[in-house]
Design a protein around this ligand. Sequence first.
Ligand SMILES: NC(=O)c1ccc[n+]([C@@H]2O[C@H](COP(=O)([O-])OP(=O)(O)OC[C@H]3O[C@@H](n4cnc5c(N)ncnc54)[C@H](OP(=O)(O)O)[C@@H]3O)[C@@H](O)[C@H]2O)c1
Length: 312
Amino acid sequence: MSVQEASGKVCIITGSNTGIGFQAAKKMASMGYDVIIACRSEERGKAAEKKIKENIESAKVEFMQLDLASTASIYKFVDNFHATGKPLHVLCNNAGVVPGTGTECRQETEDGFEMAFGVNHLGHFLLTNLLLNDLKKAAEETGEARIVVTTSSMHDADYYLAAASAANLDFENLMLSKEGTFGGSLAYNNSKLANVLFTYELARRLEGSGVTCNCFHPGFIPDTEIFRNVGWIYKVLIVYLRPLYNLLGIATSSESAGDSMVFLSTDESMKGTTSKYFNGIKEATSSKVSYDMETAAKLWKISEELLHLGDK
Ligand SMILES: NC(=O)c1ccc[n+]([C@@H]2O[C@H](COP(=O)([O-])OP(=O)(O)OC[C@H]3O[C@@H](n4cnc5c(N)ncnc54)[C@H](OP(=O)(O)O)[C@@H]3O)[C@@H](O)[C@H]2O)c1
Protein backbone atom coordinates (compact mmCIF):
# COMPACT_ATOMS: atom_id res chain seq x y z
CA MET A 1 0.00 0.00 0.00
CA SER A 2 1.51 3.30 -1.04
CA VAL A 3 0.13 6.11 1.00
CA GLN A 4 0.04 9.70 -0.19
CA GLU A 5 1.67 12.59 1.64
CA ALA A 6 -0.91 13.48 4.30
CA SER A 7 0.62 16.59 5.80
CA GLY A 8 -1.80 19.53 5.53
CA LYS A 9 -4.57 17.33 4.18
CA VAL A 10 -8.01 17.51 5.73
CA CYS A 11 -10.60 14.77 5.90
CA ILE A 12 -14.21 14.80 7.11
CA ILE A 13 -15.67 11.46 8.23
CA THR A 14 -19.36 11.35 9.12
CA GLY A 15 -20.45 9.01 11.92
CA SER A 16 -16.90 8.62 13.17
CA ASN A 17 -17.55 8.51 16.91
CA THR A 18 -17.95 4.74 16.73
CA GLY A 19 -17.81 1.67 14.46
CA ILE A 20 -16.12 1.73 11.06
CA GLY A 21 -15.91 5.53 10.96
CA PHE A 22 -14.07 5.70 14.28
CA GLN A 23 -11.51 3.14 13.15
CA ALA A 24 -10.96 5.05 9.92
CA ALA A 25 -10.61 8.36 11.80
CA LYS A 26 -8.01 6.84 14.10
CA LYS A 27 -6.01 5.48 11.19
CA MET A 28 -6.21 8.70 9.15
CA ALA A 29 -5.04 10.64 12.22
CA SER A 30 -2.11 8.25 12.66
CA MET A 31 -1.17 8.92 9.03
CA GLY A 32 -1.03 12.67 9.66
CA TYR A 33 -4.40 13.74 8.26
CA ASP A 34 -6.28 16.55 9.94
CA VAL A 35 -9.50 14.65 10.74
CA ILE A 36 -12.90 16.18 11.41
CA ILE A 37 -15.11 13.84 13.42
CA ALA A 38 -18.52 14.85 12.12
CA CYS A 39 -21.19 13.36 14.33
CA ARG A 40 -24.42 14.23 16.06
CA SER A 41 -23.64 13.72 19.73
CA GLU A 42 -21.23 16.18 21.31
CA GLU A 43 -20.60 13.78 24.19
CA ARG A 44 -19.82 10.80 21.93
CA GLY A 45 -17.91 12.93 19.43
CA LYS A 46 -15.69 14.53 22.06
CA ALA A 47 -15.09 11.13 23.69
CA ALA A 48 -13.92 9.76 20.31
CA GLU A 49 -11.68 12.80 19.80
CA LYS A 50 -10.16 12.29 23.26
CA LYS A 51 -9.63 8.56 22.71
CA ILE A 52 -7.74 9.16 19.46
CA LYS A 53 -5.62 11.91 21.01
CA GLU A 54 -4.76 9.61 23.94
CA ASN A 55 -3.58 6.95 21.48
CA ILE A 56 -1.80 9.20 19.01
CA GLU A 57 0.09 12.07 20.55
CA SER A 58 0.44 14.06 17.35
CA ALA A 59 -3.18 13.51 16.23
CA LYS A 60 -4.99 16.44 14.63
CA VAL A 61 -8.58 15.48 15.34
CA GLU A 62 -11.52 17.74 15.97
CA PHE A 63 -15.16 16.97 16.73
CA MET A 64 -17.70 19.10 14.85
CA GLN A 65 -21.43 18.65 15.43
CA LEU A 66 -23.42 17.27 12.48
CA ASP A 67 -26.88 15.75 12.66
CA LEU A 68 -27.72 14.33 9.25
CA ALA A 69 -31.36 14.09 10.31
CA SER A 70 -31.59 17.89 10.27
CA THR A 71 -30.92 20.10 7.25
CA ALA A 72 -30.45 23.06 9.63
CA SER A 73 -27.66 21.13 11.38
CA ILE A 74 -26.02 20.26 8.04
CA TYR A 75 -25.98 23.93 6.97
CA LYS A 76 -24.60 24.90 10.38
CA PHE A 77 -21.88 22.24 10.18
CA VAL A 78 -20.78 23.49 6.76
CA ASP A 79 -20.74 27.12 8.01
CA ASN A 80 -18.67 26.05 11.02
CA PHE A 81 -16.29 24.09 8.80
CA HIS A 82 -15.88 27.06 6.45
CA ALA A 83 -15.19 29.29 9.46
CA THR A 84 -12.12 27.17 10.25
CA GLY A 85 -10.63 28.21 6.88
CA LYS A 86 -9.44 24.64 6.31
CA PRO A 87 -9.27 23.07 2.85
CA LEU A 88 -11.01 19.74 2.23
CA HIS A 89 -9.27 16.84 0.50
CA VAL A 90 -11.31 13.80 1.55
CA LEU A 91 -14.99 13.43 2.42
CA CYS A 92 -16.17 10.07 3.79
CA ASN A 93 -19.96 9.74 3.81
CA ASN A 94 -20.10 6.94 6.33
CA ALA A 95 -22.81 7.60 8.97
CA GLY A 96 -25.77 5.30 8.76
CA VAL A 97 -28.86 4.14 10.54
CA VAL A 98 -30.81 0.88 10.35
CA PRO A 99 -34.40 1.40 11.48
CA GLY A 100 -36.32 -1.10 13.59
CA THR A 101 -38.26 -3.73 11.70
CA GLY A 102 -42.01 -3.17 12.22
CA THR A 103 -44.29 -0.45 10.79
CA GLU A 104 -44.38 1.18 14.24
CA CYS A 105 -40.62 1.77 13.89
CA ARG A 106 -41.01 4.28 11.06
CA GLN A 107 -39.39 7.54 12.12
CA GLU A 108 -38.88 10.86 10.40
CA THR A 109 -36.06 13.37 10.34
CA GLU A 110 -36.57 16.95 11.50
CA ASP A 111 -37.55 17.82 7.91
CA GLY A 112 -40.11 15.03 7.59
CA PHE A 113 -38.07 12.51 5.58
CA GLU A 114 -38.18 8.80 6.42
CA MET A 115 -35.19 8.33 8.76
CA ALA A 116 -33.00 5.88 6.79
CA PHE A 117 -33.54 7.61 3.46
CA GLY A 118 -33.19 11.01 5.16
CA VAL A 119 -29.95 10.31 7.02
CA ASN A 120 -28.19 7.75 4.83
CA HIS A 121 -28.99 9.37 1.48
CA LEU A 122 -30.51 12.86 1.68
CA GLY A 123 -28.35 14.11 4.57
CA HIS A 124 -25.17 13.07 2.77
CA PHE A 125 -26.53 14.38 -0.55
CA LEU A 126 -26.93 17.85 0.97
CA LEU A 127 -23.64 17.75 2.86
CA THR A 128 -21.69 16.70 -0.25
CA ASN A 129 -23.28 19.34 -2.45
CA LEU A 130 -22.48 22.05 0.10
CA LEU A 131 -18.84 20.91 0.24
CA LEU A 132 -18.28 20.34 -3.49
CA ASN A 133 -16.57 23.68 -4.12
CA ASP A 134 -14.12 22.94 -1.29
CA LEU A 135 -13.26 19.57 -2.81
CA LYS A 136 -12.90 21.05 -6.31
CA LYS A 137 -10.60 23.76 -4.96
CA ALA A 138 -8.43 21.16 -3.21
CA ALA A 139 -8.29 19.17 -6.45
CA GLU A 140 -7.15 22.26 -8.36
CA GLU A 141 -4.43 22.90 -5.82
CA THR A 142 -3.19 19.37 -5.15
CA GLY A 143 -4.25 17.41 -8.24
CA GLU A 144 -7.12 15.48 -6.64
CA ALA A 145 -9.76 15.18 -3.94
CA ARG A 146 -11.84 12.15 -3.00
CA ILE A 147 -15.34 11.25 -1.86
CA VAL A 148 -15.87 7.77 -0.41
CA VAL A 149 -19.38 6.52 0.35
CA THR A 150 -20.11 3.62 2.68
CA THR A 151 -22.91 1.59 1.15
CA SER A 152 -23.82 -2.08 1.65
CA SER A 153 -24.27 -5.25 -0.38
CA MET A 154 -27.85 -5.05 0.91
CA HIS A 155 -28.47 -2.45 -1.82
CA ASP A 156 -28.56 -5.35 -4.30
CA ALA A 157 -32.01 -6.91 -4.73
CA ASP A 158 -30.34 -10.04 -6.14
CA TYR A 159 -28.21 -10.58 -3.03
CA TYR A 160 -29.79 -13.55 -1.25
CA LEU A 161 -29.77 -11.94 2.20
CA ALA A 162 -31.50 -8.83 0.83
CA ALA A 163 -34.13 -10.68 -1.18
CA ALA A 164 -36.82 -10.60 1.53
CA SER A 165 -36.78 -6.78 1.54
CA ALA A 166 -35.29 -6.13 -1.88
CA ALA A 167 -34.40 -2.51 -2.58
CA ASN A 168 -37.00 -0.93 -4.81
CA LEU A 169 -36.99 2.84 -5.18
CA ASP A 170 -40.61 3.80 -5.78
CA PHE A 171 -40.36 7.48 -6.69
CA GLU A 172 -44.02 7.97 -5.74
CA ASN A 173 -43.31 6.63 -2.25
CA LEU A 174 -39.66 7.32 -1.43
CA MET A 175 -40.51 8.00 2.22
CA LEU A 176 -42.44 4.70 2.53
CA SER A 177 -45.31 6.73 3.97
CA LYS A 178 -48.11 4.93 2.10
CA GLU A 179 -49.99 2.60 4.41
CA GLY A 180 -48.45 -0.83 4.80
CA THR A 181 -45.32 -0.08 2.78
CA PHE A 182 -42.77 0.65 5.51
CA GLY A 183 -40.29 -1.98 6.64
CA GLY A 184 -37.00 -1.22 8.41
CA SER A 185 -34.95 -3.47 6.13
CA LEU A 186 -36.60 -2.12 2.99
CA ALA A 187 -35.95 1.47 4.13
CA TYR A 188 -32.29 0.64 4.81
CA ASN A 189 -31.78 -1.30 1.57
CA ASN A 190 -33.39 1.52 -0.44
CA SER A 191 -31.11 4.08 1.21
CA LYS A 192 -28.04 1.96 0.40
CA LEU A 193 -29.14 1.65 -3.25
CA ALA A 194 -29.53 5.44 -3.25
CA ASN A 195 -25.90 5.65 -1.99
CA VAL A 196 -24.67 3.71 -5.04
CA LEU A 197 -26.82 5.63 -7.55
CA PHE A 198 -25.62 8.88 -5.95
CA THR A 199 -21.98 7.79 -6.25
CA TYR A 200 -22.24 7.06 -9.98
CA GLU A 201 -24.27 10.18 -10.79
CA LEU A 202 -21.93 12.41 -8.79
CA ALA A 203 -18.87 10.86 -10.44
CA ARG A 204 -20.40 11.67 -13.86
CA ARG A 205 -21.04 15.26 -12.77
CA LEU A 206 -17.49 15.60 -11.44
CA GLU A 207 -15.75 14.34 -14.58
CA GLY A 208 -12.66 16.40 -15.30
CA SER A 209 -12.72 18.18 -11.92
CA GLY A 210 -10.08 16.00 -10.27
CA VAL A 211 -12.60 15.00 -7.59
CA THR A 212 -13.31 11.26 -7.58
CA CYS A 213 -16.27 9.47 -6.02
CA ASN A 214 -16.42 5.77 -5.16
CA CYS A 215 -18.49 3.62 -2.83
CA PHE A 216 -17.83 0.42 -0.94
CA HIS A 217 -19.44 -2.41 0.98
CA PRO A 218 -17.41 -2.70 4.20
CA GLY A 219 -18.33 -6.33 4.90
CA PHE A 220 -20.53 -7.81 7.62
CA ILE A 221 -19.35 -6.33 10.91
CA PRO A 222 -21.40 -7.56 13.85
CA ASP A 223 -19.29 -5.63 16.38
CA THR A 224 -20.50 -2.13 15.40
CA GLU A 225 -23.61 -0.45 16.76
CA ILE A 226 -25.49 -0.47 13.44
CA PHE A 227 -27.85 -3.23 14.60
CA ARG A 228 -28.96 -1.33 17.73
CA ASN A 229 -32.57 -0.83 16.49
CA VAL A 230 -33.26 -4.27 15.05
CA GLY A 231 -35.60 -6.73 16.76
CA TRP A 232 -34.37 -9.05 19.48
CA ILE A 233 -34.33 -12.13 17.22
CA TYR A 234 -31.83 -10.47 14.88
CA LYS A 235 -29.84 -9.23 17.87
CA VAL A 236 -29.64 -12.73 19.32
CA LEU A 237 -28.64 -14.11 15.91
CA ILE A 238 -25.97 -11.48 15.49
CA VAL A 239 -24.55 -11.54 19.03
CA TYR A 240 -24.67 -15.28 19.75
CA LEU A 241 -23.59 -16.45 16.34
CA ARG A 242 -20.73 -13.96 16.08
CA PRO A 243 -18.03 -16.56 16.87
CA LEU A 244 -19.47 -18.79 14.14
CA TYR A 245 -19.41 -15.93 11.60
CA ASN A 246 -15.79 -15.26 12.54
CA LEU A 247 -14.95 -18.94 12.21
CA LEU A 248 -16.59 -19.17 8.79
CA GLY A 249 -14.85 -16.00 7.69
CA ILE A 250 -18.21 -14.31 6.98
CA ALA A 251 -17.65 -11.47 9.42
CA THR A 252 -15.00 -8.80 9.32
CA SER A 253 -13.88 -6.36 12.03
CA SER A 254 -14.60 -2.64 12.21
CA GLU A 255 -10.84 -2.10 12.15
CA SER A 256 -10.47 -3.95 8.87
CA ALA A 257 -13.51 -2.13 7.40
CA GLY A 258 -11.97 1.16 8.56
CA ASP A 259 -8.76 0.17 6.77
CA SER A 260 -10.74 -0.32 3.55
CA MET A 261 -12.20 3.17 3.86
CA VAL A 262 -8.73 4.61 4.44
CA PHE A 263 -7.28 2.69 1.48
CA LEU A 264 -9.95 4.02 -0.89
CA SER A 265 -9.51 7.53 0.54
CA THR A 266 -5.73 7.74 0.50
CA ASP A 267 -3.88 5.07 -1.42
CA GLU A 268 -1.82 6.29 -4.37
CA SER A 269 -3.06 3.36 -6.48
CA MET A 270 -6.61 4.75 -6.20
CA LYS A 271 -5.70 8.13 -7.70
CA GLY A 272 -8.01 8.89 -10.63
CA THR A 273 -10.27 5.88 -9.97
CA THR A 274 -13.85 7.04 -9.93
CA SER A 275 -17.43 5.77 -10.23
CA LYS A 276 -16.58 2.31 -8.86
CA TYR A 277 -18.11 -0.03 -6.30
CA PHE A 278 -15.79 -1.99 -4.00
CA ASN A 279 -16.29 -4.98 -1.75
CA GLY A 280 -13.75 -4.04 0.92
CA ILE A 281 -10.95 -2.85 -1.36
CA LYS A 282 -11.73 -5.23 -4.20
CA GLU A 283 -13.50 -3.72 -7.19
CA ALA A 284 -16.88 -5.41 -7.64
CA THR A 285 -20.10 -5.15 -9.60
CA SER A 286 -23.02 -3.40 -7.94
CA SER A 287 -26.68 -4.22 -8.60
CA LYS A 288 -28.14 -4.05 -12.09
CA VAL A 289 -30.43 -1.12 -11.34
CA SER A 290 -27.59 0.90 -9.76
CA TYR A 291 -26.07 1.30 -13.27
CA ASP A 292 -29.28 2.75 -14.69
CA MET A 293 -28.37 6.34 -15.54
CA GLU A 294 -31.98 7.46 -15.91
CA THR A 295 -32.81 6.25 -12.39
CA ALA A 296 -29.69 7.94 -11.00
CA ALA A 297 -30.51 11.23 -12.73
CA LYS A 298 -34.11 11.05 -11.49
CA LEU A 299 -32.99 10.37 -7.93
CA TRP A 300 -30.60 13.32 -8.14
CA LYS A 301 -33.33 15.67 -9.36
CA ILE A 302 -35.86 14.55 -6.75
CA SER A 303 -33.24 14.82 -3.98
CA GLU A 304 -32.48 18.39 -5.08
CA GLU A 305 -36.18 19.22 -5.05
CA LEU A 306 -36.77 17.66 -1.62
CA LEU A 307 -33.87 19.67 -0.22
CA HIS A 308 -34.82 22.84 -2.13
CA LEU A 309 -31.27 22.94 -3.45
CA GLY A 310 -32.19 24.53 -6.78
CA ASP A 311 -33.93 27.39 -4.90
CA LYS A 312 -30.69 28.51 -3.29
N1 LIG B 1 -21.80 -3.06 10.35
C1 LIG B 1 -22.11 -3.67 9.23
O1 LIG B 1 -22.23 -4.91 9.16
C2 LIG B 1 -22.31 -2.85 7.96
C3 LIG B 1 -22.49 -3.55 6.75
C4 LIG B 1 -22.67 -2.84 5.59
C5 LIG B 1 -22.66 -1.45 5.62
N2 LIG B 1 -22.50 -0.78 6.80
C6 LIG B 1 -22.49 0.69 6.76
O2 LIG B 1 -21.38 1.18 7.46
C7 LIG B 1 -21.63 2.52 7.90
C8 LIG B 1 -21.13 2.70 9.32
O3 LIG B 1 -21.88 1.85 10.17
P1 LIG B 1 -21.27 1.06 11.41
O4 LIG B 1 -21.48 -0.38 11.13
O5 LIG B 1 -19.95 1.58 11.79
O6 LIG B 1 -22.40 1.43 12.51
P2 LIG B 1 -22.39 2.29 13.85
O7 LIG B 1 -21.35 1.78 14.77
O8 LIG B 1 -23.81 2.30 14.31
O9 LIG B 1 -21.99 3.74 13.34
C9 LIG B 1 -22.91 4.55 12.66
C10 LIG B 1 -22.53 5.99 12.84
O10 LIG B 1 -23.52 6.80 12.16
C11 LIG B 1 -23.91 7.82 13.06
N3 LIG B 1 -25.24 8.39 12.79
C12 LIG B 1 -26.42 7.76 12.86
N4 LIG B 1 -27.40 8.66 12.64
C13 LIG B 1 -26.81 9.86 12.45
C14 LIG B 1 -27.28 11.17 12.22
N5 LIG B 1 -28.58 11.47 12.19
N6 LIG B 1 -26.39 12.18 12.06
C15 LIG B 1 -25.06 11.92 12.14
N7 LIG B 1 -24.55 10.70 12.39
C16 LIG B 1 -25.43 9.70 12.54
C17 LIG B 1 -23.83 7.19 14.44
O11 LIG B 1 -23.84 8.18 15.45
P3 LIG B 1 -24.40 7.83 16.95
O12 LIG B 1 -23.34 7.02 17.59
O13 LIG B 1 -24.64 9.16 17.56
O14 LIG B 1 -25.66 7.06 16.74
C18 LIG B 1 -22.53 6.45 14.31
O15 LIG B 1 -21.46 7.32 14.51
C19 LIG B 1 -23.13 2.75 7.71
O16 LIG B 1 -23.34 3.55 6.59
C20 LIG B 1 -23.67 1.34 7.47
O17 LIG B 1 -24.82 1.37 6.63
C21 LIG B 1 -22.30 -1.46 7.97
